[in-house]
Design a binder for this molecule. Structure first.
Ligand code: ZN
Length: 147
């Protein structure tokens, strides 16, 4: 069983424009149903955009505070299998460092960190598999795919 945390970073084969990178980010947020509301936990210093129309989004908007309730990152980290905890810690650290302030210039590798972070946080079921990959594998071959 593979976790998204085990995946190696793959260097892009071509340059990506800022527009393309932003397009991919928007697609990531849409596909995971993440909105523009961010939780910001003072105690553990974790930050993350919360699910659109979710309970956390509601709490943040109603309380007008972005430091609410239980931290999803801490929760997910506790659920992460012990063998993957070091990788999860590294991922959280890098994501927080890169995206605490919205970057002015995006890079492919920074967006990859963001992509892995949110797939780990919201999509992966307790380290029992990489759902993103499974979804992709289930798609029928597309024109232009390398077979
Ligand atoms: Zn936390």
């Amino acid at each position: 069983m593979t976790s998204i945390l085990d995946q190696e970073y793959i260097e892009p084969q071509r340059p990506y424009s800022q527009r393309e990178l932003q397009f991919n980010r928007n697609r990531l947020f849409r596909s995971l149903r993440i909105g523009g509301t961010r939780a910001n936990h003072q105690r553990c210093r974790h930050i993350y955009f919360v699910k659109r129309y979710g309970r956390k989004e509601k709490e943040i908007k109603e309380s007008k505070s972005d430091d609410i309730g239980n931290c999803s990152v801490c929760w997910k980290f506790n659920k992460t299998p012990r063998l993957l905890k070091t990788k999860a810690l590294g991922l959280i650290y890098r994501y927080t460092e890169l995206f605490e302030t919205e970057p002015e210039i995006l890079t492919y590798s920074d967006c990859d960190v963001e992509n892995v972070f949110y797939n780990w946080l919201y999509e992966e079921l307790d380290g029992t598999g990489d759902n993103r990959r499974r979804h992709r594998d289930r798609l029928p071959p597309q024109e232009g795919d390398v077979q």
